[in-house]
Design a protein around this ligand. Structure first.
Ligand code: SME
Length: 175
């Protein structure tokens, strides 16, 4: 049984590494207990947010860039917070600009399955193909966003949306 399990894991990893795209949709979202564990740790808020980004990116193959933007209400701008992935020039984003700015305006999750069709989009890297942005609310107030980019088209499903909205609910206690 154990051998079968190890062999299956090996084959799955081998396939993912070598034939990647066709089974890229197989994913393993970390349980919210792992998120909760980080939240309850004795680290600073930024360390916790960074660890959550890392956890998500490591666990889900098609999460290629994972980061938080903080809401600066007085300036109606988003400020780049902890992230994992390629460096981005978009360190401040006015509400309404790009996918992140639109999510800030709408106060709602936005999924873009193919960024090439977007006119209001801020490119972080030429490799990005799809994106999801999920707002974080603290006592009904918009305080931050979780932004995730994928290098593949059509990656984000209703399951991702529900899962990431739950993650953001947990994260809201940090604000
Ligand atoms: N693509 C985002 C900008 C943030 S970077 O992807 C990290 C947008 O259009 O708002």
């Amino acid at each position: 049984m154990q051998i079968f399990y190890i062999r299956r894991e090996f084959l799955l990893k081998y396939n993912l590494k070598n034939r990647g795209k066709d089974i890229r949709s197989k994913k393993c979202s970390p349980g919210t207990e792992s998120i909760q564990k980080i939240i309850l740790s004795s680290q600073t808020r930024d360390e916790k947010l960074l660890n959550i980004c890392q956890l998500l990116k490591d666990a889900v193959l098609y999460y290629d860039w994972v980061g938080f933007y903080m809401a600066e209400q007085s300036k109606q701008e988003l400020v780049l917070g902890p992230y994992v992935g390629a460096p981005t020039e978009h360190t401040r984003i006015p509400y309404g600009k790009g996918i992140c700015g639109q999510a800030a305006d709408k106060r709602d999750t936005i999924i873009v399955q193919d960024i090439s069709g977007q006119t209001n989009y801020l490119s972080c890297s030429i490799d990005v193909r799809s994106e999801i942005v999920v707002p974080v609310f603290k006592d009904g107030r918009f305080v931050a966003e979780l932004d995730i980019d994928s290098h593949e088209l059509n990656q984000f499903s209703e399951k991702d949306k529900k899962y990431l909205e739950l993650v953001c609910q947990r994260v809201s206690v940090l604000f």
